[in-house]
Design a binder for this molecule. Structure first.
Ligand code: SR1
Ligand code: MG
Length: 419
């Protein structure tokens, strides 16, 4: 853009600003005054515009200098769009077509113009509506395996991986959000917290009084902060996935960082499990959503199965990095297989712990989930939330004991509230 001083855009100012960028003007087609812009951001942080031109529609995302959810009292650096841009470029290379193509990045304006997925909707809302998407597990399981494997020392040249480690280490403020809002605040009576009260009061008090639980969460937080295994999406929940029929795409990697592989997986599975917990709250009659709930649980199971398959395939075919070299661990039939199984076991155990923490923070912390928030009857909402809170505690404390994803489904059903 010609204009260099940062200015938050509006649907009125956006067309003239976009017209200054030849790439965008060409793609949109026609004249700037014909372009139709609307602001559609419903996330916690940014402005998001849909810009309909004469020949094409684009998404324009602009960071605000503060947290949108809270307001100007919580400043947040514009630089997050720089990390989002770099993460999108890497994800595009590592799993082509699964993330929006970047058309233009303007660093001073903290603005990314990108591909518009249409008629896709946010997965979280689709699960609330009771819709199904057949290949969801395939797309997201592969996305996680490809991005997590290909961003790590298992695959990337060490020099490149270290440069990226350094680059994403700058995403300090967004990491701080996760460190505080996910791993810390839910476990004490922090100012920004809220929960369904009084229904959940005693359960919340018991969680906050549970020293073993809090210690385990701090162990997980230490892993999140220190185990820089790969480039993570960093905020891979069902609000960061867009779906249409059998297609699924991933958006919004502004929280990207180098961290443990299990974090993205745990956060994503957790949001599926919470969607499943919420289904009784969206039923018009008892049992109406049982099938849908079981379908969501199956998607969680299949996602992990696809992850294992794809990660194992990459282990055999793309293990070109410095870790577990073939010269030392041999090929699949020997020590390599033991090493792969060890890694998968660690990722699974970590994922379960992170999943439990994500459940807690979405019910006790600042940023809640629509699948629970949209349940207007507080008693019913609290029932769904209690299910998730207790499941979350089980996952954190028992993460080493859930041998596979079926074991989690069984625990889900054991904790299911009586109809
Ligand atoms: C203040 S930001 C709250 C949450 O919104 C984002 O989507 C992340 O999940 C963050 O934790
Ligand atoms: Mg987001």
């Amino acid at each position: 853009m010609v204009t260099t001083e940062y200015q938050p855009l509006t649907p009125e100012t956006l067309p003239d600003r976009l017209a200054e960028i030849p790439d965008i003007a060409r793609q949109l087609g026609g004249e700037a005054h014909q372009w139709h812009c609307r602001e559609v951001g419903d996330g916690n942080l940014n402005l998001v515009f849909i810009v309909e031109g004469a020949t094409k529609t684009l998404i324009v995302k602009q960071a605000l200098p503060y947290v949108r959810l809270v307001g100007e009292s919580w400043p947040l650096p514009l630089k997050r769009s720089y990390f989002e841009y770099h993460a999108l470029c890497r994800q595009q290379q590592r799993d082509p077509g699964r993330v929006p193509e970047v058309i233009h990045f303007d660093e001073p304006q903290a603005l990314i113009a990108m591909e518009f997925f249409s008629p896709h909707v946010i997965l979280r809302q689709s699960l609330i509506n009771g819709a199904r998407h057949q290949d969801l597990a395939l797309h997201i399981g592969r996305f996680m395996a490809r991005t997590l494997f290909r961003g790590s020392d298992l695959c990337l040249p060490a020099k490149e991986r270290k440069a990226d480690l350094q680059l994403f280490a700058g995403n300090v403020e967004l990491c701080d959000i996760t460190e505080s809002l996910v791993f810390t605040e839910p476990y004490f009576d922090a100012d920004q917290n809220r929960h369904t009260t009084p229904q959940l009061d005693s359960l919340v008090a018991s969680l906050r009084a549970d020293e073993t639980l809090k210690l385990q969460v701090q162990h997980l937080k230490m892993d999140f902060c220190t185990r820089a295994e790969t480039m993570l999406h960093g905020d891979l929940h069902t609000g960061s996935v867009m779906v249409h029929e059998d297609n699924a795409r991933v958006i919004d990697p502004e929280f990207a960082l180098y961290g443990p592989m299990g974090f993205d997986i745990g956060m994503y599975l957790s949001n599926l499990w919470m969607a499943a917990c919420s289904q009784i709250g969206h039923a018009n009659r008892p049992g109406e959503r049982d099938e849908h709930r079981n379908w969501i649980l199956d998607v969680a199971n299949d996602t992990w199965t696809v992850f294992i398959q794809e990660f194992s395939r990459l282990w055999d075919t793309e293990r070109l990095g410095i870790l577990y070299p073939e010269t030392v661990v041999g090929n699949r039939a020997s020590a390599s297989e033991l090493a792969l199984n060890h890694r998968l076991k660690t990722i699974w155990r970590d994922a379960l712990g992170f999943a439990g923490v994500e459940m807690h923070r979405r019910i006790l912390g600042l940023a809640h989930n629509a699948e629970f928030e949209d349940i207007s009857d507080p008693d019913l909402r609290a029932q769904c939330e209690s299910h998730a809170l207790t499941l979350g505690r089980d996952l954190i404390l028992g993460r080493a004991g859930f041998s596979n994803v079926d074991a989690v489904s069984r625990r889900f059903h054991q904790r299911l509230p009586a109809a």
